[in-house]
Structures are given as C-alpha cells and as structure tokens.
Ligand binder design. Structure first.
Ligand code: FPP
Length: 253
C-alpha cells in the first residue's frame, strides 16, 4: 500500500515522499558511524558529533515508526568503545539519559517500545536507571520496538549465552539433544526477536565491528559514506527503497 510520508514539520524538509510499505524490512539494525569526523570537519570537539548524532537518532526513530518498521536496533556503545578517552565515554553514556529526558513523551506518543541489549551491569548507575525507566514507561506500547545496544559486543553475547545454556544442560533444565540454532538464539539478548533484515552502516567503513554476528547471517548490508549526523529521513527512505530491490535467497536459488 502506498502512503505519503510527511517529514515531521522540519523546516529544511517540507517535501513529502511516497513510500510503499510493501517489503518494508521488519527489523533494521544501524551502525551509527561518523560522529567524530562530522565534528572534526567543523572544527568542533568529537562530542559535538555525538550530540548531533542524537538528533539524527530522534529523526530516524520517528521515520522508522512511520514506515511501520517493527524493530530498530541502534549500535550506541560497543564493548570496544571503553578504549576511548574517559571524557568521550562519559559523554556517550549520558546520551541515553538526555535522549529520554527530552524525547520520552515524543517516543511514547509515537507508540515506540524501548528495549536494551548488551551488558547493562557494567554501565554507570544513572545510565542504567534511565534505560530501565524508559523500558518500564514504554512497555505497553505496541508500535516500533527500539533496541538500544549499549555495552554490546556480539562475541561477548555469544559466550555469555553459551555459558547460560551449558549451565541449563548441567542442571538438567535442557537436554543436549534439544540444542539447535533456535534453542541457542533464545540465550542471546535478542531472544524472541526476528533477525535483522537490513543493516545500515553510515560513515564509509565496511565492517561489522562485532555487531549482531549470529543474528546477521542472512541480513542485507547497506553501506553509505554519509556521516551519521547527516543521515536524514530521506536517506533512510532511500535505504528502504534499495532493500526492496534486493533478492533474498537464503542460500536457495
Ligand atoms: C560512532 O561514531 C558513534 C558512537 C560510538 C556513538 C553513537 C551514539 C549516538 C549517535 C547517540 C545515540 C544515543 C541513543 C540514546 C540511541 P565515531 O565516534 O566512531 O565516529 P568517527 O568514526 O567519525 O570517529
């Protein structure tokens, strides 16, 4: 069904796009790269790029909700990002709180349900509290599910999941014969979710950076040079259009 998408009253983008919901990816994962370069190009500190990146998040979450995407997973902070300077880490980890403080009512009115994936235990308490508050306040929404990947690393997720599964086998809660791909998927942070249909990586790099390695076995990849803070609703719609032309065969013919 074709629908007209108005662009959220933004001054710069009063134009509307025709977007067909047909073949919309159900689950989109995004590696939001290029914040630092965006800032450096403007002679600003790197954190200015992260702040601008947060504005892009708000636009893309609303666009995804409008386009009836079911799940949007955003790579916000990886297990490898702890290697960055402390001031930058602190800034990034304050963003979820800022995001929720300013935009939670907007998120709720867009019927978005927030979830988090990653190792929450190692996060600062106020980041955890903000996320938990957002999860609790949006739990009854049934529109777009927004997964915020925080302190997320795919290899770590797989190891933690394996240990839990082995413990269940040891404690006779699970029989070894019953272990298959589906069973194991249930031990990951993404348990019960469909796998991403489309991965978008901004910022020009062409790698997965330890993101959803198990889950993206059959995902379509789309890499763009656009830096994350410049990634607009228009770019997002183009990504969906490009996805529609992909032929997914899952190993078949
Ligand atoms: C990568 O760009 C970006 C990050 C590590 C942080 C991304 C976080 C946000 C956009 C905020 C999201 C907030 C919420 C609440 C979802 P980079 O710094 O590696 O850029 P560079 O490659 O240009 O240096």
């Amino acid at each position: 069904m074709a629908m007209k998408i108005p662009f959220f009253n933004q001054k710069k983008q009063e134009e509307s796009f025709h977007y067909s919901e047909e073949s919309t990816p159900e689950h989109i994962a995004i590696i939001m790269d290029g914040n630092g370069r965006w800032a450096q190009k403007r002679g600003k500190p790197r954190v200015a790029g992260h702040k601008e990146g947060l504005s892009a998040v708000v636009k893309i979450v609303k666009a995804a909700a409008k386009c009836k995407v079911k799940i949007l997973t955003l790579y916000t902070f990886s297990t490898e990002n702890w290697k960055r300077p402390k001031s930058e880490i602190d800034f990034i980890l304050r963003l979820p709180k800022e995001f929720l403080h300013f935009y939670l009512p907007d998120i709720i009115s867009n019927n978005v349900r927030i979830k988090a994936i990653g190792n929450m235990e190692e996060l600062p308490e106020n980041t955890r509290e903000a996320i938990q508050y957002a999860i609790d306040s949006t739990k009854d929404n049934d529109g777009l599910q927004l997964n915020i990947a925080l302190n997320y690393g795919s290899r770590q997720e797989i190891v933690i999941g394996m240990k839990e599964m082995f413990a269940d086998i040891r404690d006779s809660k699970l029989s070894l014969d019953k272990v298959d791909e589906q069973q194991f998927s249930g031990y990951l942070y993404t348990a019960g979710m469909t796998s991403p249909d489309l991965l978008i990586r901004t910022g020009g790099e062409k790698r997965l950076s330890n993101f959803l390695l198990w889950q993206m076995a059959y995902t379509e990849f789309l890499f763009t040079d656009v830096l994350w803070p410049d990634f607009s609703e228009k770019e997002f719609i183009h990504a969906l259009e490009e996805y529609r032309h992909r032929k997914r065969r899952y190993g078949g013919i």
